[in-house]
Design a binder for this molecule. Sequence first.
Ligand SMILES: C[C@@](CO)(OP(=O)(O)O)[C@H](O)COP(=O)(O)OP(=O)(O)OC[C@H]1O[C@@H](n2ccc(N)nc2=O)[C@H](O)[C@@H]1O
Ligand SMILES: Nc1ncnc2c1ncn2[C@@H]1O[C@H](COP(=O)(O)OP(=O)(O)O)[C@@H](O)[C@H]1O
Length: 318
Amino acid sequence: MTDGSVTVRVPAKVNVQLAVGGLRPDGFHGLANVFLAVGLHDEVTATPADSLRLTVGGPDAAAVPLDGTNLAARAARALAAHHGLAAPGVHLHLAKDIPVAGGMAGGSADAAGALVACDALWGTRTPRAELLALCAELGSDVPFSLLGEAALGRGRGELLTPLPVGGTFHWVFAVADGGLSTPEVYRECDRLRAAAGTGATVDAVPEPEPSPALLAALRDGDSAALAAALSSAGAGGGSSNDLQAAALSLRPSLADTLEAGTAAGALAGLVSGSGPTCAFLTGGAAEAEAVAAALAESGTCRTARPTTSPAPGATLLP
Ligand SMILES: C[C@@](CO)(OP(=O)(O)O)[C@H](O)COP(=O)(O)OP(=O)(O)OC[C@H]1O[C@@H](n2ccc(N)nc2=O)[C@H](O)[C@@H]1O
Ligand SMILES: Nc1ncnc2c1ncn2[C@@H]1O[C@H](COP(=O)(O)OP(=O)(O)O)[C@@H](O)[C@H]1O
């Protein structure tokens, strides 16, 4: 661009499996987190400036913090500190299309995008392994936003192994009014486990493991097999997402959204991560359009967005 700016495109994610272990002493939960990047994106534009400045556009812009807590601003500061730069001189503009606090890792996408954009703008040429380490310090989901495609996240989700995906999957995302707080949803999961008498700590909850059937369905690009695995893989009461019961407990109306999507012909529906966005796997592009139209008509969500997966990670636009 003529003003010297660079733009990076970063995808949202859905967790096709989120197996949640017990609460660790450090306040995090051990995970087997099967991430899949999907075709909803934020774009982060970095322009030369004297100091750090942040602007945000898009339908949810008012819900995004503009102060130093913003994950994109934190990422720019972290990269500058990593290279011993005195101050991060950059104007970051976030064009947000990923729902905010929706369980689709929009803030993490902006952090990964800001790292890649600032690295290009400042010419710091940070090796990939160092970028991934910076991502992990910023948040558990941030390394996956850099990587994209599909990956298994162990540890708190930051330790990634790329996964093969053998075809295109067609999804609809039902976006809710208002978000859910990720730490609150994890706390609710612990509360439900304690109330059920199973306990919620690492010694009480089995080590989370990925489902072999689910990984095979991804590898084969088999939508029917993935739908079956989404509905049975986990301890989450008929869902591969162990946080689904907690999200439904905090937002009972999501049951109506899940019901509306499956009644409209989706192969399977589940809460995306910590929610409240609901994800529906469909049989193809035409089916996704039909499910999206029925969900919009149902009044059980704010908008319904058809899209596909997998999608590339943080990518510098030409
Ligand atoms: C649930 C997931 C599923 O991918 O994402 P979302 O659905 O919110 O997007 C993630 O685990 C969210 O990751 P992220 O949003 O990066 O979380 P972090 O900033 O690292 O942590 C925020 C808080 O969430 C809780 N947390 C997060 C990750 C984890 N493995 N165990 C946790 O208990 C902790 O309370 C932590 O203080
Ligand atoms: N760049 C950002 N975009 C969105 N939210 C951000 C950003 N930086 C910080 N946040 C904060 O992170 C919270 C979680 O946002 P987000 O990452 O969109 O959701 P989730 O963790 O459910 O995927 C928001 O409520 C907001 O307070």
